[in-house]
Write a protein that binds this ligand. Structure first.
Ligand code: ATP
Ligand code: MG
Length: 584
């Protein structure tokens, strides 16, 4: 087996999660300290100070739940300290970026509950300034045009144990560099033929300081600047300077940028920037049974392993939303996992718990039969319809009740009947009495089979003295089943979603394979001909319910008049934990 875990990884489970009201994380401590100092300064007559953070997505894919952690941290800190958080699109790579992603990113941040107000920016807005600052570095003898190919640049760079080698173009004169850089911008040279590099130190122990590339030549139409530019700044150069332009105080990013921090600081020190932001790194969010790399998510979409970026199995915010997750549950997860300095993998079950906690409080209860089995109540009057008032949510009396029609022919769940049940099966079986939720006690008296011997229909008698589901003599069956009146049922398609990957770590796979070998072939089971209680007829895409005994479901946008579709958001209990316990 090849393991591709990045570094050492601790697992955070529900038990380790910190309670709300936990002590501030290390980044909040830093911010609080800086705010404290600034207030003291201000009292001595210094200038004002406001915390400014930013969330800097690259518009090359949809946001995923890892981004949610960064969003909650950046917007959360701004809110808690009375500052502001900019939304800045890091759009320096036109070959992979698109307007569709810009739009989806804004929609998803708003859905999560955050707002950047007027402060939406694009790194591409600063291309002119970044170019001028590159010219400044050339003038100072701190940048040069290099003609090495990208492969050669890599070879010359050295390794962790060996110093790099100077490029033969390193000692070009300032004049020659100014001329070549202007001509790079002017479109005189082919793509990839030259770069602008910072002149720092080819023997530096930190490889990012070995004359990093600042600009490359690339003819690609940019989603905002069109064909204005054929040279584009590299992320490391663009990012910190964009922070400085916007007056960011705390530039918070994930741990993989820790090694780039000296370079971040080098630019700030060597350029006439208007502010001196500082970079802080925290551990990215990883989830079991999930991949969060945009490259992989894009592959799943573009090769059709899923139906799109918002496929309900995708760990994107659009996917979670369509699946029926609430923004509150995702924020609760981000709160629980906290902000740390070491990488860890969070148990997907913890997210599901956050979701159940939230939905249990708010989702209205409904009855839906997934795999219908017809029941005829032999002694119930033909043509009679009664309406029962059922609680919308036992957890919340203010949610009120709804009317559910009851009649002679009903559907119950096929798995709630067994002809020859094992000992602990308390549901329907010939001769056994059960409760139909909120309606009556009924007893199974007969089974009708089809030509192949399959159970096609049940015959039952109803005890009409048990109206509402309670017997006057106090007897109480062990099982209460959900049911739907056949004549009133709404037909629906139910999509039962499960984890997209069956391996806890999808990035662990046999030699010669890749992460896709871990895809769960049963991640989607589609059921048609499901029977819903009639109050669900008016459900709108996005409406969430608890289908009693079956799980939480969300009306899908594929629903059309007469063709209702629901996604199963999550089961009522953690069935994976049970499965694993059984296999132990
Ligand atoms: P890739 O998947 O290619 O590494 P990315 O997820 O880093 O891309 P960006 O758009 O650059 O994509 O990310 C925007 C911000 O979100 C960055 O500040 C990044 O550090 C943060 N971020 C990305 N992934 C995670 C994660 N799993 N946990 C926490 N923050 C994340
Ligand atoms: Mg990134």
């Amino acid at each position: 087996m090849t393991t591709r875990d990045p570094g050492s990884v601790d697992k955070v489970t529900a038990g380790d999660a910190k309670a709300p009201g936990r002590s501030p994380d290390f980044i909040r401590e830093i911010v609080a300290h800086d705010v404290g100092e600034a207030v003291a300064e201000a009292e001595k007559g210094g200038g004002g100070y406001a915390v400014r953070t930013r969330f800097p997505p690259e518009p090359n894919g949809y946001l995923h739940i890892g981004h949610a952690k960064s969003i909650c941290l950046n917007f959360g800190i701004a809110k808690e300290f009375g500052g502001r958080c900019n939304l800045r699109f890091d759009d320096t790579n036109p070959s992979k970026e698109e307007q569709e992603y810009v739009d989806s990113i804004m929609e998803d941040i708003r859905w999560l509950g955050w707002d950047w107000g007027e402060h939406r920016y694009f790194a591409s807005d600063y291309f002119g300034q970044l170019y001028d600052w590159a010219v400044h570095l050339i003038r100072e003898g701190k940048a040069y045009v290099c003609d090495l190919t990208s492969d050669e640049v890599r070879q010359y760079r050295g390794t962790l144990t060996e110093p790099g080698k100077a490029s033969p173009y390193r000692d070009r004169s300032v004049e020659e560099n100014l001329d070549l850089f202007a001509r790079m911008k002017g479109g005189e040279f082919p793509d990839g033929s030259r770069t602008l590099r910072a002149k720092i130190d080819m023997a530096h122990p930190n490889i990012s300081m070995r004359d990093p590339v600042l600009y490359r030549i690339l003819r690609a139409t940019h989603h905002r600047t069109g064909d204005d530019w054929c040279i584009y700044p590299m992320y490391d150069y663009a990012h910190g300077q964009s922070d400085a332009i916007e007056g960011i105080t705390h530039s918070i990013c994930t741990l993989e940028f820790e090694a780039h921090r000296p370079l971040y600081e080098w630019f700030i020190e060597n350029l006439p920037v208007p502010a001196r932001p500082r970079q802080y790194e925290f551990a990215r969010l990883n989830l079991t049974y999930t991949v969060l790399s945009k490259r992989k998510l894009l592959e799943l979409v573009s090769k059709g392993y899923v139906s799109g970026w918002d496929d309900p199995r995708m760990p994107t915010l659009a996917g979670f939303r369509r699946r029926g997750y609430t923004p509150e549950s995702i924020r609760a997860l981000c709160d629980k996992v906290g902000v740390a300095k070491t990488n860890s993998v969070v148990d997907l079950a913890l997210l599901e718990e956050c979701l159940r906690d939230d939905l249990n409080k708010r989702a209205l209860r409904r009855m839906a039969v997934l795999r219908p089995l017809k029941v005829v109540l032999e002694n119930y009057p033909e043509g009679q319809v009664e309406e029962f008032d059922l609680n919308n949510n036992p957890e919340d009396p203010s949610a009120g009740t709804r009317k559910v029609p009851f009649s002679k022919v009903l559907y119950v769940e096929r798995e709630d009947f067994m002809e020859d049940p094992p000992k602990k099966f308390f549901r329907l079986t010939p001769g056994r009495e059960v409760r139909l939720r909120g309606a009556y006690l009924v007893t199974c008296t007969g089974v009708v089979k089809d030509a192949s011997g399959e159970v096609a229909e049940l015959r039952c008698t109803v005890d009409l003295s048990t109206k509402g589901g309670t017997a006057p003599d106090g007897r109480s069956p062990k099982a209460t089943l959900h049911w739907v009146s056949a004549a009133h049922a709404v037909d629906a398609e139910l999509r039962l979603y499960d984890r997209l990957f069956r391996a806890e770590n999808p990035d662990k796979y046999p030699e010669g394979q890749d992460y896709k070998v871990n895809l769960n072939p049963e991640s989607l089971v589609t059921l048609t001909g499901c029977k819903l209680e009639p109050s669900l007829a008016g459900a709108k895409p996005g409406d969430r319910f608890q289908f009693e005994r079956q799980g939480y479901f969300c009306c899908d946008r594929d629903s059309k008049d007469g063709a209702t579709v629901f996604n199963r958001t999550v089961t009522l209990k953690d069935s994976w934990a049970r499965m694993q316990a059984r296999s132990r």
